[in-house]
Design a protein around this ligand. Sequence first.
Ligand code: ZN
Ligand code: ZN
Length: 384
Amino acid sequence: MKQLSIKNLFTVSLMLGLFLIYKTNGQKNKANKPDSVIQFPNILNYKTIVCDFHQHTVFSDGEVWPNIRVLEAQKDGLDAISMTDHIEYLPHKKDVLFVDKNRSYEIAKKASKNTDVIVVRGAEITKRLPFGHANAIFLKDGNKLVNDDITAVLEEVKKQDAFVFWNHPSWVIHKKDGVAKLREIHLELLEKGLLNGIEIVNNTTYSEGAFQMAIDHNLTIIGASDIHSLVDWKYNINEGEHRPVTLVFAKEKTEESIKQALFDRRTAVWFKNTLIGDVTYIVPLIKESLKIVNIENYRKSHLVLSISIENKSDVNYILKNKSEFNLHSHADILTINAHMTTIIQVKTLKQLTEFDLKFKVLNTLIAPKKHPSVTFKIKVENKK
Ligand SMILES: [Zn+2]
Ligand SMILES: [Zn+2]
């Protein structure tokens, strides 16, 4: 074995030191969770429930047995999932009979025993255009959805007091230009109160048109993986990616409470490091995520103030400075990394006792292309 010379040892320790300085420069890592676990703070006296309501198994065109979906959900820290195998599209029928439309749910439900994952009964209603696909969740019996007439199917869903959302309205197989558009049948069903929600995010795609439709027609917004293979293969979790999920703001972590929240449109979508939803929930989510944890006194006669912001969420927030002051530590665009504390320095020009720090949060959406702003009230205590 080659001996380390004093010179080499010195170089190694210098590099290690430089690395540590680099790692801690302005940021302290507070993360104490596996990369795959999706984590958000609770807001407005609601619990933030992480859900994926669109998943497939071998019982339709998926590639895994239903219990794998439960194990994946456990790994990703999800609170609730649904097996939504196609009622009509059954490419594995030579090998796996899906005569009983409740079967994939039943297997997953059994597998979820002794876990924290809630499994709700679901199905993907799979019709040709003009209707397309929709997921019904919180069903009582999937077998009763076997019917060629979409209106009759959705009336049955309503009878079962289940929740239904229109899937991937911008899917290029159904809409070549990828622009979501309501057809006559959807307008009819909306009129009859037979559609409750819409996927604005499906798998790796976002639909601005669907988001606008949700706003115009009071539909609940949903984001889901529509996973067919394995979540870990599809999304590069180790590189900081995550599956798209719906955040549901529920009174309790129970099936009934989650269902109620969906009907009350208390949701947001978490997709590719972007939070999407109504301002009612997005701004509190930002405010509960980003906390001012320390404000240092001005040093001597300096006019620059150091402020520590802790980020308690999975979002790497991208902020644009909208305050009246420039930053010393950053340009006007800055990132507050997930589960870390970031120190920012503000050039206040005078030694102030209080002032406002205002940021536009660029990777959050409260309507198509519209980003909310948040203000932090800064109070400098014990000013010398
Ligand atoms: Zn589909
Ligand atoms: Zn699907």
